[in-house]
Design a binder for this molecule. Structure first.
Ligand SMILES: C[S@@+](CC[C@H](N)C(=O)[O-])C[C@H]1O[C@@H](n2cnc3c(N)ncnc32)[C@H](O)[C@@H]1O
Length: 253
């Protein structure tokens, strides 16, 4: 009962209270950075962030927005979109809209160059439903467009995520910051967030993927896998797929 209430309101409460951003472990930010940086961009291209939440991807993208990338973020939670708007330094290049990605999104087919789905599609536990959503998203991609998906792996472990996060903070901000995060912030991250997610994944309320399963789902939606890497302390898979060009069927001569 409590789990169901928490699951349904998890992101709304997190975005509204700002705890989502405050408690985000460094390894998750690094995964968001990899998600953005692993995709080459050209000037004028459009990137659609599906389930953009509070816009963590925007944080790692400012150089690309300066370079001429256009960012389009969609989420069901208005509270997340408000936070994302605050992160958008270059207003002109960032657009946000509210929609439910389990229904067709109000965008033209073949209008998007890149789609990123960073920890969003795993919230759909049912495989057939997920496949249908994925196929709908692939329709929005231009021919040879790229889709980068990051989803939790079957090895998801709060302990590993925190260990890697403390290491990353130590490297980047020094031992004192790492110590503060380890003692004061990350215990909250663990009990309010990571342990809850771990439980939902074990119960298959949200879905933890094997690498092959994620690749297979992407391929059956019309993508060819072009890149993959473990992220988030090995607790997630990052897989990039390129849209297969539609075959033109010529009549026999
Ligand atoms: C784990 S959060 C990830 C947010 C962001 N991508 C990030 O990495 O910080 C999952 C996001 O998916 C969004 N989401 C879940 N189901 C959705 C749906 N049916 N339509 C649109 N957004 C959805 C949630 O509101 C939430 O913001």
């Amino acid at each position: 009962m409590f789990d169901k209430f928490y699951r349904l309101n998890y992101w709304r409460l997190g975005f509204q209270s700002r705890l989502y951003d405050l408690l985000t472990p460094e390894a998750y930010r690094e995964s968001a950075r990899r998600c953005v940086q692993s995709v080459p961009v050209k000037k004028g291209q459009v990137l659609l962030d599906v389930g953009c939440g509070s816009g963590l991807l925007i944080e790692g993208m400012n150089d690309r927005l300066d370079f001429g990338l256009r960012y389009l973020g969609v989420d069901i939670q208005i509270s997340g979109l408000i936070r994302a708007q605050n992160k958008a330094e270059k207003e002109g290049s960032v657009s946000l809209f509210q929609a439910d990605f389990t229904h067709p999104l109000p965008l033209k087919k073949e209008s998007v160059d890149i789609i990123a789905a960073h920890f969003s599609l795993y919230t759909i536990a049912d495989r057939e439903r997920r496949k249908k959503i994925l196929s709908g998203l692939v329709e929005l991609l231009k021919p040879r467009g790229l889709m980068v998906i990051v989803n939790p792996s079957r090895e998801y472990s709060a302990k590993k995520i925190i260990r890697e996060s403390v290491g990353l903070v130590r490297e980047r901000n020094g031992a004192f910051s790492a110590w503060v995060k380890k003692l004061f912030l990350y215990p909250l991250t663990t009990c309010l967030g990571l342990k809850f997610i771990e439980k939902q994944l074990k119960a298959d309320q949200w879905h933890a993927f094997s690498f092959n399963e994620l690749c297979e789902e992407m391929e059956s939606a019309g993508l060819v896998v072009v890149h993959s890497e473990p992220v988030y302390a090995g607790c997630a898979h990052l897989v990039t797929g390129r849209k297969v060009q539609t075959q033109v069927a010529y009549p026999p001569l």
